[in-house]
Design a protein around this ligand. Structure first.
Ligand SMILES: Cc1ncc(COP(=O)(O)O)c(C=O)c1O
Length: 446
């Protein structure tokens, strides 16, 4: 059993967080690292290796958060360290054509089925922003459909109902209350947005009948990863594909979370769906800032230089150092057996946690499979959408559970809206420790 952190020193972490608050808003650079999810001080991390991280007081944790899913190879993978050191010594970035970006793009195209061409951005948010601009230019329509509870980055028009709220606040499914996630966005921005419940074929058919011919795009995550881990119902993604085709609407598959995680070609390969445009980030860069838009030339070529072009600029696009990491990362992911191992370790963790909850007679489910999953404290057998999440999941209990795990050396965010991540660095022994610690946390919880 890992040593209880309750008895460990956290003085230096607390001092750093105290200092952080003097210079940074709430001591962080993104609310999901601080006050949005942590009740007490967040853990201040200093270094990582493999599946482990160490805080400022040198306490060790097994990391199952993995930088919100970015660290598919765990921390400081030797091959990536080598790629970075070499690239850095040669010059980090030129903002010119480089062989590094060609090698990254070629590997990307080999792995992602729908990628006739690819454009690299620096974040997932930039990728989803560009995808919508392309879809609007291609279809000459401006409206688009997004689903409740889906998060596509922090670009203005996507910031509608991507946070959870009380059941009373969200209104009826056929007439959802539209709740902006941020101040500072003109309300007219949302006039272009059709808001829909996810995983509900009848609702989708109705909305497509009403709005289909006005829509440039439907954007969806293939697995809903920002309310934990919610899987698509049987045939849902197929029907979504059929309906978008029927109305000449582009399907934007947001694979920022799922890309390079479930299969070499992401969920589009795993579920055999054919999006018009897909977006990537996180695991693609193995910890380096990255995003990508992929699709057919007929759409992406709209960025070719002309009077009618779709504009996409960026000093750091195709950043040389990142491109070297991307190429090395995709080589590692392409190695025989990588995805089999990711799935096996993840499935073992899921099975172990389910068994702990069963033995402890706790009303909790573990949803998802293989490399990504989430725990819900709920009376339900499954959570299918945003509304069930808002109504039936005890997110406070989950936060308390994670707090206990943290105290015993398992690193995870207390936000139930995120998900557990398995990297190539995780081992069977990490899973055994997780299960042991979860058993103890459950005992303390009840
Ligand atoms: C599905 C999805 N799309 C887009 C984004 C935005 O990516 P980034 O944080 O790199 O801007 C995220 C981030 O969590 C995401 O989960």
């Amino acid at each position: 059993m890992t040593q209880a952190l309750k008895t460990r020193n956290r003085t230096r972490s607390q001092q750093w967080f105290e200092r952080a608050q003097q210079s940074l808003v709430e001591g962080v650079n993104s609310p999901s690292r601080g006050a949005a999810v942590y009740k007490s001080d967040p853990i201040v991390l200093e270094r990582g290796r493999g599946s482990r991280v160490w805080d400022a007081d040198d306490n060790q944790y097994i990391d199952f958060m993995m930088s919100f899913g970015a660290l598919i190879q765990g921390h400081a993978h030797p091959k990536l360290v080598e790629a970075v050191s070499q690239a850095m010594a040669e010059g980090s970035h030129f903002a010119a054509v480089t062989s590094a970006e060609v090698e990254a793009a070629e590997r990307f195209r080999r792995m992602v089925p729908s990628a006739e061409v690819v454009r690299f951005t620096n974040t997932g948010s930039e990728a989803t922003m560009l995808a919508l601009r392309l879809a609007r230019a291609h279809t000459r329509r401006t409206k688009f459909l997004k689903f409740e509870g889906h998060y596509h980055g922090w670009y203005d028009p996507y910031l509608l109902n991507s946070h959870s709220h009380s059941p009373a606040e969200i209104g009826a499914p056929e007439n959802p209350t539209r709740i902006p996630d941020s101040q500072g966005i003109p309300s007219s921005t949302f006039d272009e947005v059709v808001l829909a419940p996810w995983n509900d074929i009848a609702a989708l058919e109705r909305l497509m009948r009403e709005h289909g011919s006005d829509l440039a795009a439907v954007i969806t995550e293939p697995i809903m990863a920002n309310m934990g881990c919610i899987l698509p119902r049987e045939r849902y993604l197929d029907r979504l594909r059929e309906l978008t085709q029927d109305y000449g609407v582009l399907l934007i598959l947001d694979e920022v979370v799922t890309g390079f995680r479930y299969a070499p070609g992401g969920c589009q390969e795993y579920y055999s769906i054919h999006p018009d445009i897909s977006t990537f980030g996180k695991a693609l860069g193995a910890g380096f800032p990255i995003g990508a838009v992929a699709g057919p030339r007929a759409i992406l070529d709209r960025m070719r230089w002309s009077d009618n072009m779709v504009l996409h600029y960026g000093t750091f696009n195709g950043h040389r150092l990142t491109m070297k990491v991307v190429a090395a990362n995709l080589d590692l992911l392409s190695a025989e057996g990588t995805y089999r191992k990711l799935h096996a370790i993840g499935d073992a963790a899921i099975a172990g946690l389910r068994e702990v909850f069963r033995r402890r007679k706790l009303k909790a489910i573990v949803q998802g499979f293989g490399p990504m999953f989430q725990i819900y404290f709920t009376e339900r057998d499954a959570i299918h959408d945003y509304r069930e999440y808002c109504k039936h999941v005890d997110t406070g209990r989950y936060a308390r559970f994670v707090q206990l795990l943290l105290e015993h050396g398992i690193y995870m965010t207390p936000s139930n809206g995120l998900h557990w991540i398995i990297s190539t660095a995780h081992t069977e022994s990490d899973v055994a420790t997780l299960v042991q610690v979860a058993e103890q946390a459950c005992a303390e919880l009840s």
